[in-house]
Design a protein around this ligand. Structure first.
Ligand SMILES: Nc1ncnc2c1ncn2[C@@H]1O[C@H](COP(=O)(O)OP(=O)(O)OP(=O)(O)O)[C@@H](O)[C@H]1O
Length: 289
């Protein structure tokens, strides 16, 4: 395939006349592994739900160059999705697995294999209704089903929120084994998924405020000049930026400094805590030290 896997243009979503996504333009390539970050309410889940065709919206979403409509079958086949909040399904685990294999083309043996790696004892859960599982068990099962599907894009919305440390580590190993597929991972733990992703998109108040392709080839010693614009001066952010040796304008509304390739994720993770204060972030490659 030549063009992007997914093209989103002029996407707008309004809830009760309140704009939640504002004129978003973003492409997803088949080798993108994206960390989608941003503070609570930034619009990450809404963007994902629009992409999945769950919501009516303004603007276009194209899959492999073809325009898709709400509840489009080809989009649902192309994407394997694990939601932030599990659906309230009453069907027993066995039926959910059967359904996922039939309609989502999931591989049954792979579901069992992945569940085992995540520490989920499927054999003793088969007759239990899905909504009676614990939060972590639900998440493990949905992850197992998603990763067992022949999807082109995996979307995980806060995937490790309910996982215990052992399952979290097993989950990250599993994702590393699926790096040949496109991924979009909405997370508040950027550092946790840092080694998996090659692009970071930050949202704030329904807009994309940062879209940074951290090339897989960005070397430890590569330096990048970062220029920031602030919507309002902030003592806390200025203090943090001073710790990164940034120079800050006297009016407190802009700052710039250098960040090494090896520190990039830690830096972006720090910035994401100040999402609402940043109006623009840009990077310029300066080459190696
Ligand atoms: N179904 C809905 N009806 C009305 N408002 C909604 C609905 N879903 C989301 N919103 C609003 O849209 C905004 C964006 O919500 P969204 O869930 O997309 O944020 P998010 O970035 O995923 O946040 P979080 O990190 O907390 O999961 C919020 O202000 C939320 O209140």
């Amino acid at each position: 395939m030549t063009g992007p896997l997914i093209q989103i243009s002029a996407l707008e979503k309004t809830f009760v006349r309140r704009p939640v996504l504002q004129s978003l333009d973003v492409d997803i390539a088949s080798d993108d592994r994206i960390a989608l970050i941003g503070s609570n309410g930034a619009g990450k889940t809404t963007l994902i739900r629009c992409l999945l065709g769950h919501y009516r919206h303004k603007g276009d979403i194209l899959l492999a160059g073809e325009k898709v409509s709400t509840h489009n079958r080809s989009m649902l086949e192309a994407i394997a999705f694990v939601p932030q909040l599990p659906p309230p399904l009453k069907m027993p685990v066995a039926d959910l697995i059967k359904f996922s294999c039939a309609s989502g083309k999931a591989d049954k043996d792979k579901i069992w294999d992945i569940a085992d790696k995540l520490g989920l004892e499927l054999a003793i859960l088969m007759s239990i209704p899905f909504n009676r599982l614990s939060g972590g068990q639900k998440q493990k099962l949905l992850i197992s089903i998603a990763l067992a599907r022949p999807a082109k894009l995996f979307i995980f919305d806060e995937p490790s929120a309910n996982l215990d440390p052992a399952a979290r580590s097993a989950f990250l190993d599993l994702l590393a084994q699926h790096k040949d597929r496109a991924m979009l991972i909405a997370s508040h733990r950027l550092e946790e998924i840092a080694s998996l992703v090659n692009r970071v998109i930050e949202m704030d108040q329904g807009k994309i405020v940062l879209d940074d392709r951290i090339s897989d080839r960005l070397k430890e010693g590569d330096r990048r000049l970062c220029t920031l614009k602030l919507a309002v001066p902030s003592e806390a952010l200025s203090k943090t930026l001073s710790e990164w040796d940034f120079s800050i304008a006297s009016n407190g509304l802009s700052a710039s400094g250098q960040v090494a390739g090896g520190d990039m994720i830690r830096f972006l993770s720090t910035l994401s805590r100040y999402g609402g204060l940043l109006s623009d972030i840009s990077f310029e490659n300066l080459g190696e030290d």
